[in-house]
Design a binder for this molecule. Sequence first.
Ligand code: NAD
Ligand code: WQD
Length: 349
Amino acid sequence: MRVLLTGGAGYIGSHTAVVLAERGHEVVIVDDYSNAHPEAVRRVAEIVGKAVPMVEADLANQKAAAQAFTDAAAALGGELDAVIHFAGLKAVGESVAQPTRYYRTNINSTLNVLDQMRAHSINRLVFSSSATVYGDPETNPIAETQQVGVGLTNPYGWSKAMNEQIIRDAAVVQKGFRAVLLRYFNPVGAHESGRIGEDPSGIPNNLMPFVAQVAVGKREQLSVFGSSYPTPDGTGVRDYIHVMDLAEGHAAALEAAGEGVAEYNLGSGKGSSVLEVVAAFEQASGRPVPYQIVDARPGDVAECVADPRKANAELNWQTTRSLADACADSWRWQSQNPNGYAKDGEVTA
Ligand code: NAD
Ligand code: WQD
């Protein structure tokens, strides 16, 4: 298939581009590089051994989105068959501080992508949703049947829940439309080559990149947010999924998409606490990860673990990589690229 990856220069998009290219799909990336580096796409091309065309555009802008779809099809030499829509802003705390920017980017980009898909008769969409749409879940593990979009605590989460509804509504009026909403749990790790990985700008918001930066000596210590949750060791429990497993989930969803809209959890089904992540990273890196316990972070839930059985059964997909694998791959990426994709920090192989 000819597949357009919006936000394809980013963390999950770049890993998905590798998997799709290796499965024989033709990939084109549209990104505004607001949270990514063109170097990531160059390295994807290096891994897969063929050029990956890129189009620079802000998809929240209607005109720019229209031009980007035309340019993307031209770059692949034929009309697109599918879109995977990763583009968007994703920092939860920032979304509380900048709600209108988050809604404008995350909602407008989806509206423009859907309009362009209709204009170009592109009938296959995979959308980056999030476990955040479940809010504070009633039970764990979380099945897709649990309620969505109730009592969410930040604009980022609401934008994902709203996008799911927007896609459901758009699917009604486009004949033959196939959309898959993928609710990711906690993506971690990197491609096993160490050439691409997560490159957060500034202080990482998420646990694994922060731990990686402590292990490499870039930050002094980790703050563990809360130790009195009702979990085995008192720290928060999450379902960490290796980004390459997640990338394979996108390929499976793209290929299996049936008519209408379907939603799937992409997670491992296994919960790990913050302290278990710290221990796994110390083991993988051979470096200490000093930490201190601090107050819980507002808006965090005690536990969030996927029931991935629907995706296992219907997409014929399952995770094959462990938390230890993710820590080893994340460490390889972090230690070989201590400054991410920045040229000055690049360590050449
Ligand atoms: P990322 O920031 O690395 O990737 C998003 C990409 O979108 C970036 O390359 C960015 O430059 C691009 N982008 C942002 N606004 C754009 C715009 N207006 N026009 C064009 N491109 C734009 O994030 P990621 O971790 O790869 O996440 C990808 C998607 O998955 C996002 O929608 C995110 O909300 C969702 N998601 C991420 C996680 C996670 O923990 N990483 C979890 C659940 C869902
Ligand atoms: C994991 C655990 C923290 C940092 C977020 C979004 C979610 C999804 C994935 C996009 C928690 C603890 C963290 C630190 C810590 N993204 N922690 N010290 O909050 O589960 O999910 O990213 O859709 O929507 O909310 O991920 O990596 O921030 O936190 O103790 O410095 O690590 O309290 O228990 P989270 P995270």
